[in-house]
Design a protein around this ligand. Structure first.
Ligand code: EPU
Length: 426
């Protein structure tokens, strides 16, 4: 796979069949950083093979950890770090690298982690992480582009997040496991990935209560131990595949997922007129000739996920009626709008709101450019339903979070193909 690969989609085929989701990227990343808390052998199963996982492995290796793939399992040999520095070159590739700050600080009393810098979907500051560590007794300064944090031993504190933050909640949970005393996080993020992290930390010997609710209590312990853990299925991949079926008027069953994790999407799709069947670990969308537009507003879990906003917007371009899509989590997550417009969609973007005037059959193929991970997915989905050929370039964004999406779609009958290199300008 090259950074310049493109995906070519020939639209117009209703997808049909069964496909499985892999492990959740956003669950696997914090789990891997948890290995900085205790030395020894870990085995994580159901880990997706993605660029973000590779970036995490690179950072952990830089910190002295051994990493080895064994099928879909990732074996981690954690050893004591002889330094606690996370350099810019690795952190800039993946913002979630900031999750090494909490574990390093808690365990070694020191961490020096590059600030991640700008991002395509919003400014994404880490002020809430830093304020929380300061309240736990750390001395934090920004020096030469790095966050430098020190604390002899973190102490438990009562923390109230001003805004729910997934990464902030994870970083504090990781750190609080080894702090002296009890930490209470109020207005904690409630995402399924938080529960998965808590489950793994508890196996490691941590004392955590309330994960999945808005108040999480962590009683610090002196030492943790390694464990084996299976990563939860990726709810965003499941939702993306379900929309792929829906947007082509197809019949697609998505296996190995947790239907409750995508309730916000399936409920909204049902309101649009799709018939959705669910079992204990699968979701199926049935063929549908036409669907109605419905508004969405993104929100923290269990609200409509920002990570499915772009894909849902692609679906709404072909709906009957107008959908108002409000993005409340990130301030700049409409970069896919102008690319969808190049494919014939009628969308008016305003600040944080996009008005999508849907019309069945409106999309036609074009050469489009991906700007971030979920935007890339929405362009591939639009291509599946467009007349003619769509060429999506800068697919390295897609590869950060989807494991060979084009191959999964091919198995459902899609005419998708990965081509090496950028398309030549005409
Ligand atoms: N925020 C602050 N200050 C902070 C932290 C967050 O202002 O210190 C703001 C952010 O700028 C944003 C909002 O709070 O506006 C929510 O950010 P959050 O911290 O919840 O997001 P994150 O941890 O950076 C994770 C996922 C994202 C997902 C968001 C929201 C991972 C690795 N990333 O990001 O996933 O969109 O939660 O659910 O878990 C993706 O997979 O495509 C992706 C972007």
């Amino acid at each position: 796979m090259s950074a310049l690969d493109t995906i070519v989609v020939k639209g117009g085929t209703p997808l049909s069949g069964t496909v499985s989701t892999g492990g959740a990227k956003n669950a696997a990343l914090p789990l891997l950083f948890a290995t900085l808390l205790a030395d020894g052998e870990y085995c994580f199963r159901n880990v997706p093979r993605l660029r973000d996982i590779d970036s995490t492995a690179l950072l952990l290796e830089h910190l002295g950890t051994g990493i080895e793939w064994d099928g879909d399992a990732l074996r981690v040999h954690a050893a004591e770090c002889d330094h606690q520095d996370a350099p810019y070159d690795i952190v800039r590739k993946m913002r979630a690298s900031i999750l090494c700050l909490g574990p390093l600080l808690a365990r070694y009393g020191r961490a020096r982690v590059s600030l991640p810098g700008g991002c395509a979907i919003g400014s994404r500051p880490i002020n809430l992480h830093i304020e929380a560590f300061e309240q736990m007794g750390a001395d934090v300064v920004i020096e030469n582009g790095y966050v430098v944090a020190r604390a002899e031993r973190l102490r438990g504190a009562r923390l109230v997040f001003e805004d729910a933050t997934v990464g902030g909640t994870e970083n504090v949970m990781l750190a609080a496991t080894l702090a002296r005393g009890t930490t209470v996080i109020e207005n904690a993020a409630k995402e399924p990935e938080i529960i998965d992290l808590a489950d793994c930390l508890v196996k490691m010997g941590a004392r955590i209560d309330g994960a999945g609710s808005s108040v999480i209590t962590i009683e610090g312990v002196d030492q943790l131990r390694p464990c084996d853990h299976r990563v939860i299925p990726d709810r965003i991949e499941a939702g993306t595949l379900l929309i792929a079926g829906a947007i082509t008027g197809g019949d697609v069953r998505v296996n190995h997922c947790i239907p409750g994790h995508i309730d916000a999407l399936t409920q909204r799709m049902a309101e649009c007129g799709f018939r959705i069947d669910t079992g204990s670990d699968w979701v199926r969308v049935l063929p549908c000739d036409g669907w109605r537009a419905h508004d969405i507003s993104t929100a923290p879990y269990p609200g409509f996920p920002t990570d499915l906003q772009a894909q849902y917007m692609a679906l709404m371009t072909l709906a009957d009626g107008t959908a108002v899509i409000t993005e409340r989590i990130f301030e700049n997550r409409f970069m896919h709008v102008q690319e969808l417009v190049r494919m014939g969609a009628n969308i008016t973007p305003k600040t944080q709101v996009a008005i999508v005037r849907g019309r069945p059959g409106v999309l036609n193929g074009a050469q489009v450019m991906a700007t971030d991970l979920r935007a890339s997915a929405s362009l591939v989905l639009a291509g599946l339903a467009a007349k003619g050929e769509t060429i999506v370039s800068r697919i390295y964004h897609l590869d950060r979070g989807y494991e060979r999406l084009e191959q999964k779609l091919q198995r459902l009958g899609a005419r998708t193909e990965r081509r090496p290199g950028e398309p030549q300008a005409a």
